[in-house]
Write a new protein. Structure first.
Length: 158
């Protein structure tokens, strides 16, 4: 890990399926979590390694790690957090911005949202949230680590 940057190394970010490496609690545990429901600005996490992540509610809804949302993203060739593309020729319809109507901790390892669209199946583990941090540095690291021609990232075992 590069302590100066406060970012996980490529090995720790992308070796999730590698049984030879398991992320440490330090790498995947938040120091503080703030869900800004009233302001509608998203969720902020300060990680124990010094990194800060901001997740908009739109990003979190588009990154839902449940099996249903994962299958939909794979079919549409989208990465976690990428919005659905608009359909060509379709008139834009009003759609309320994603916002949680309820949040709940899941043990000491995750958070769960019930969204204003009724969806409530995603369990966002701290490990998942750290791996899919939307900041520019983490996004660039994910892009650089992805093999050319590799398919979209699955968020559930395959």
């Amino acid at each position: 890990m590069n302590a100066e940057m406060g970012h996980l190394s490529l090995k720790s970010m992308f070796a999730i399926c590698d049984t030879g490496y398991m992320p440490t609690v330090e790498e995947t545990s938040p120091k503080s979590v703030k869900v800004n429901v009233t302001a509608g600005t998203g969720m902020d996490i300060d990680w124990k390694d010094g990194h800060h992540s901001h997740y908009s509610f739109q990003y979190l809804r588009d990154a839902c790690p449940c099996a249903l949302c994962n299958d939909e993203r794979v079919r549409e060739n989208r990465e976690p957090g990428q919005p659905r593309p608009s359909q060509p020729g379709m008139l834009p319809m009003f759609k309320a911005s994603p916002k949680p109507v309820e949040t709940a901790g899941v043990g000491k390892y995750a958070i769960r949202f019930t969204w204003n669209d009724g969806h409530e199946h995603g369990i966002y583990s701290w490990e998942f949230l750290r791996e899919f941090c939307p900041c520019a540095v983490c996004s660039d690291l994910r892009t650089a680590a992805k093999a050319p021609g590799a398919g979209v990232t699955r968020t559930v075992p395959h």
